[in-house]
Ligand binder design. Structure first.
Ligand code: ZN
Length: 175
């Protein structure tokens, strides 16, 4: 889960769907959670679900982009924001790591509370199921980790091309 910068709202929206092109322009056509590139059906994701937070229905600051898998896993439950890591708020490049086998795991050397947050985030978004987990056998080869490796190879960087946008690693790491 790479950190993303949404920036200021480029417009005000009366329909949240209208924000989709602006979000793609800023975030790229990637799911903000699993990083899969989705050229179609990449939905405007409401961090706080639109069914519960009507005031945030058309609010840019509540938007990310989400694929079907992450959206359906997250569902419409109320989320306590500080119980999870969010790509627009936290240094998610350090909060998670990706194994060669494609697992998404909590980052190394996390403090206990942050490890719990990373695990909770994985569970909320279903990232712990993909790939190689029998609970989700349908997307074994195109998951976030395989994409991550392709991207890292393409960019010749590892592991966080966007880490310059974020700070405070000491918050996540034990000294
Ligand atoms: Zn996703």
């Amino acid at each position: 889960m790479r950190p993303v910068e949404r920036g200021n709202a480029p417009a005000t929206y009366t329909r949240y769907q209208d924000a989709q092109p602006d979000l793609v322009a800023v975030l790229g056509d990637y799911c903000s959670y699993c990083e899969r590139q989705i050229e179609t059906n990449l939905a405007v994701e409401h961090v706080q679900p639109k069914s519960r937070w009507r005031a945030l229905l058309n609010e840019w600051a509540n938007f990310l982009l989400g694929c079907v898998h992450c959206n359906s896993s997250k569902g419409s439950r109320h989320v306590r924001l500080d119980s999870y890591f969010w790509p627009d708020c936290d240094n998610t490049a350090r909060a998670f790591r990706y194994t060669a086998g494609g697992e998404v795991l909590p980052g190394r050397y996390l403090r206990r509370a942050n490890r719990a947050r990373a695990e909770a985030s994985n569970k909320l978004l279903g990232l712990e199921k993909n790939p190689g987990n029998p609970e989700r056998p349908t997307i074994p080869t195109c998951g976030p980790a395989s994409f991550w490796h392709l991207k890292a190879r393409a960019l010749r960087v590892s592991p966080a091309p966007h880490s310059r946008h974020v700070s405070e690693p000491e918050v996540l790491y034990e000294s």
